[in-house]
Design a binder for this molecule. Structure first.
Ligand code: SF4
Length: 158
Protein backbone atom coordinates (compact mmCIF):
# COMPACT_ATOMS: atom_id res chain seq x y z
CA UNK A 1 0.00 0.00 0.00
CA UNK A 2 1.24 3.50 -0.87
CA UNK A 3 2.70 5.61 1.94
CA UNK A 4 1.62 8.74 0.11
CA UNK A 5 -1.54 10.60 1.02
CA UNK A 6 -4.19 9.70 -1.53
CA UNK A 7 -6.05 12.76 -2.75
CA UNK A 8 -9.10 13.12 -4.98
CA UNK A 9 -10.39 16.42 -6.36
CA UNK A 10 -13.39 17.49 -8.35
CA UNK A 11 -15.21 20.56 -9.58
CA UNK A 12 -19.00 20.49 -9.21
CA UNK A 13 -20.66 23.80 -10.19
CA UNK A 14 -17.33 25.60 -10.22
CA UNK A 15 -15.13 27.38 -12.74
CA UNK A 16 -11.93 25.34 -12.12
CA UNK A 17 -10.37 28.53 -10.71
CA UNK A 18 -9.78 26.76 -7.41
CA UNK A 19 -8.03 23.93 -9.23
CA UNK A 20 -5.94 26.47 -11.15
CA UNK A 21 -4.98 28.11 -7.86
CA UNK A 22 -3.38 24.84 -6.80
CA UNK A 23 -0.79 25.48 -9.49
CA UNK A 24 0.10 28.74 -7.69
CA UNK A 25 2.10 26.68 -5.21
CA UNK A 26 4.70 26.99 -7.99
CA UNK A 27 7.88 24.96 -7.43
CA UNK A 28 6.40 23.37 -4.30
CA UNK A 29 4.48 21.14 -6.69
CA UNK A 30 7.67 19.03 -6.87
CA UNK A 31 7.49 18.46 -3.11
CA UNK A 32 3.76 17.79 -3.41
CA UNK A 33 4.38 14.96 -5.83
CA UNK A 34 6.55 13.32 -3.16
CA UNK A 35 3.78 13.66 -0.56
CA UNK A 36 0.56 12.81 -2.37
CA UNK A 37 -0.84 10.52 -5.01
CA UNK A 38 -3.83 11.79 -6.96
CA UNK A 39 -6.85 9.54 -7.46
CA UNK A 40 -9.96 10.83 -9.27
CA UNK A 41 -9.23 14.40 -10.36
CA UNK A 42 -9.24 16.64 -13.43
CA UNK A 43 -5.45 16.46 -12.97
CA UNK A 44 -5.42 12.70 -13.64
CA UNK A 45 -8.61 12.29 -15.67
CA UNK A 46 -9.46 9.25 -13.52
CA UNK A 47 -13.27 9.01 -13.59
CA UNK A 48 -13.99 6.68 -10.64
CA UNK A 49 -12.90 7.47 -7.10
CA UNK A 50 -11.24 4.84 -4.91
CA UNK A 51 -10.54 4.91 -1.17
CA UNK A 52 -8.85 8.25 -0.41
CA UNK A 53 -7.41 10.08 2.58
CA UNK A 54 -8.47 13.51 1.37
CA UNK A 55 -11.09 14.91 -0.99
CA UNK A 56 -10.91 18.50 -2.24
CA UNK A 57 -14.11 19.81 -3.79
CA UNK A 58 -14.69 23.11 -5.53
CA UNK A 59 -18.05 24.43 -6.72
CA UNK A 60 -21.60 24.39 -5.43
CA UNK A 61 -24.20 21.66 -5.85
CA UNK A 62 -26.36 22.65 -8.82
CA UNK A 63 -27.63 19.43 -10.37
CA UNK A 64 -28.38 15.76 -9.73
CA UNK A 65 -24.97 14.63 -10.97
CA UNK A 66 -23.26 17.02 -8.52
CA UNK A 67 -25.21 15.36 -5.67
CA UNK A 68 -24.16 11.90 -6.84
CA UNK A 69 -20.48 12.84 -7.18
CA UNK A 70 -20.44 14.62 -3.81
CA UNK A 71 -21.98 11.62 -2.02
CA UNK A 72 -19.48 9.34 -3.76
CA UNK A 73 -16.62 11.53 -2.49
CA UNK A 74 -18.08 11.45 1.03
CA UNK A 75 -18.24 7.64 0.92
CA UNK A 76 -14.65 7.27 -0.28
CA UNK A 77 -12.75 10.10 1.48
CA UNK A 78 -11.80 10.12 5.13
CA UNK A 79 -11.55 13.91 5.12
CA UNK A 80 -13.58 16.17 2.85
CA UNK A 81 -12.67 19.81 2.28
CA UNK A 82 -14.94 22.44 0.73
CA UNK A 83 -12.53 24.52 -1.36
CA UNK A 84 -13.53 28.07 -2.24
CA UNK A 85 -16.56 30.31 -1.93
CA UNK A 86 -18.81 28.33 -4.29
CA UNK A 87 -18.33 25.12 -2.29
CA UNK A 88 -18.76 26.92 1.05
CA UNK A 89 -21.72 29.19 0.31
CA UNK A 90 -22.90 28.38 -3.22
CA UNK A 91 -20.97 31.42 -4.47
CA UNK A 92 -21.34 32.54 -8.06
CA UNK A 93 -23.61 29.68 -9.25
CA UNK A 94 -25.98 30.37 -6.34
CA UNK A 95 -26.70 33.82 -7.78
CA UNK A 96 -29.46 32.07 -9.71
CA UNK A 97 -31.20 31.18 -6.42
CA UNK A 98 -32.98 34.55 -6.47
CA UNK A 99 -34.86 33.47 -9.58
CA UNK A 100 -37.20 30.58 -10.40
CA UNK A 101 -35.45 27.76 -12.24
CA UNK A 102 -37.99 28.00 -15.09
CA UNK A 103 -37.11 31.68 -15.54
CA UNK A 104 -33.37 30.88 -15.59
CA UNK A 105 -33.91 28.21 -18.26
CA UNK A 106 -36.11 30.53 -20.32
CA UNK A 107 -33.50 33.30 -20.13
CA UNK A 108 -30.72 30.90 -21.12
CA UNK A 109 -32.44 28.98 -23.91
CA UNK A 110 -35.49 30.89 -25.12
CA UNK A 111 -35.74 34.60 -24.48
CA UNK A 112 -32.21 35.78 -23.64
CA UNK A 113 -30.48 38.41 -25.77
CA UNK A 114 -28.80 36.78 -28.75
CA UNK A 115 -30.65 33.44 -28.47
CA UNK A 116 -31.29 32.25 -32.03
CA UNK A 117 -32.14 28.59 -31.49
CA UNK A 118 -34.85 28.65 -28.86
CA UNK A 119 -35.93 25.63 -26.82
CA UNK A 120 -34.92 24.20 -23.47
CA UNK A 121 -33.00 20.97 -24.20
CA UNK A 122 -34.46 17.68 -22.98
CA UNK A 123 -31.49 15.34 -23.27
CA UNK A 124 -31.03 12.58 -20.67
CA UNK A 125 -27.27 13.18 -20.98
CA UNK A 126 -27.73 16.65 -19.44
CA UNK A 127 -27.87 16.44 -15.62
CA UNK A 128 -31.14 17.56 -14.08
CA UNK A 129 -30.81 21.00 -12.50
CA UNK A 130 -31.83 21.41 -8.85
CA UNK A 131 -34.24 24.21 -8.05
CA UNK A 132 -31.52 25.90 -5.98
CA UNK A 133 -27.72 25.73 -5.84
CA UNK A 134 -26.53 24.43 -2.45
CA UNK A 135 -23.26 24.67 -0.53
CA UNK A 136 -21.64 21.28 0.04
CA UNK A 137 -22.39 21.08 3.77
CA UNK A 138 -26.14 21.12 3.07
CA UNK A 139 -25.76 17.79 1.24
CA UNK A 140 -23.00 15.88 3.08
CA UNK A 141 -20.83 16.34 6.17
CA UNK A 142 -17.83 18.56 5.41
CA UNK A 143 -14.76 18.36 7.63
CA UNK A 144 -12.92 21.55 6.67
CA UNK A 145 -13.63 24.78 4.79
CA UNK A 146 -10.97 26.61 2.76
CA UNK A 147 -12.34 30.09 1.93
CA UNK A 148 -11.41 32.37 -0.96
CA UNK A 149 -12.33 32.90 -4.57
CA UNK A 150 -10.13 31.15 -5.18
CA UNK A 151 -8.15 30.29 -2.05
CA UNK A 152 -4.54 31.32 -2.57
CA UNK A 153 -1.92 28.78 -3.56
CA UNK A 154 -0.31 29.38 -0.14
CA UNK A 155 -3.59 28.56 1.64
CA UNK A 156 -4.01 25.38 -0.39
CA UNK A 157 -0.43 24.36 0.32
CA UNK A 158 -0.89 24.94 4.05
FE1 SF4 B 1 -14.32 29.66 -9.35
FE2 SF4 B 1 -14.16 31.32 -7.24
FE3 SF4 B 1 -16.01 29.42 -7.30
FE4 SF4 B 1 -13.43 28.73 -6.99
S1 SF4 B 1 -14.67 29.92 -5.54
S2 SF4 B 1 -14.94 27.72 -8.34
S3 SF4 B 1 -12.43 30.31 -8.28
S4 SF4 B 1 -15.86 31.17 -8.73
Amino acid sequence: MSAKIKVATTSLAGCFGCHMSLLDIDERILALVELVEFDRSPLTDIKQIGACDLGLIEGGVANAENVEVLRDFRRHCQILVAVGACAISGGVPAMRNSFALADCLAESYVSGIGIHNPGVPHDPEIPLLLNQVHPLHEVVKIDYFLPGCPPSGDAIWT
